[in-house]
Design a protein around this ligand. Structure first.
Ligand code: 6PG
Length: 220
């Protein structure tokens, strides 16, 4: 793991944007496009707002989601709605370049459909990830097993509401060129401590990740 300790939530967001832009430039130079997987939850919102202020040729970018909650498509707790509010409403990007998980269709149907959509474009260039207080990431929760041969999985009984979700699987996240975690706030200190002590939390199952963590979440 590459732990990068920064001052606070604003520094996590600012440094995340710099690393996203660096990765985008390298990917576009190397193969003409940049596939970015967005994290859900609340932490990345500030990074998305800062990213939206950047002057980029968005036509080379393809946006995907690491997970989605099984809620109506315009529900305020959807990760796709958070991304639209903080990023897509503020940049000129065609809807065809924003690959939303159709989680409103139900977890199994959406997981199968999203797998068909992403498998031709794997591996992703960059995956953004959050860290849950229990060590989950995307919608991969402690104690929940998933078939290793599936790229996208249906999730039920998630301990973080809503219970039904869709998530990229460990193998899909691990195959990406780069993984960047955004971790902020004292609520994550226990999970960071478990991670650093080598405990088997879902986030720790993704090798060679970069982790932006602020002082409130860092535990000496
Ligand atoms: C979700 C997210 C989830 C999130 C973490 C951290 O749909 O809930 O994908 O994995 O990243 O729970 O959430 P916060 O950033 O809100 O603390």
């Amino acid at each position: 793991m590459n732990w990068q300790l920064v001052a606070d939530a604003e520094a996590v967001a600012a440094e995340a944007v710099q690393q996203i832009l660096t990765c985008a430039g390298e990917s576009i130079a190397r193969h003409g496009s940049f596939s970015l997987v967005l994290a859900g939850g609340g932490t990345p919102a500030r990074a998305y707002r800062l990213l939206a202020e950047q002057d980029q040729d968005w036509r080379s970018w393809q946006f995907y989601f690491g997970d989605e909650r099984c809620l109506p498509v315009d529900h305020p707790q959807r990760n796709s709605v958070m991304a639209a509010q903080n990023l897509f409403r503020h940049i000129p990007v065609k809807e065809t370049r924003v690959h939303v998980i159709p989680a409103e269709a139900g977890a199994e149907v959406a997981a199968a459909a999203y797998a068909r959509e992403i498998e031709p474009v794997l591996p992703f260039d960059l995956v953004l990830l959050g860290l849950g207080e229990d060590g989950h990431t995307a919608s991969l929760f402690p104690g929940q097993k998933h078939p290793q041969d599936k790229t996208v999985v249906a999730v039920h009984h998630a301990p973080k509401p809503p219970p039904d979700r869709v998530s990229l699987n460990y193998n899909t996240l691990a195959s990406a060129g780069k993984r960047l975690f955004l971790v902020s706030g004292k609520g994550k200190a226990d999970a960071v401590r478990q991670w650093r002590q080598g405990e088997d939390i879902p986030a720790a199952r993704l090798p060679d990740s970069d982790v932006l963590v602020d002082k409130a979440a860092w535990s000496e």
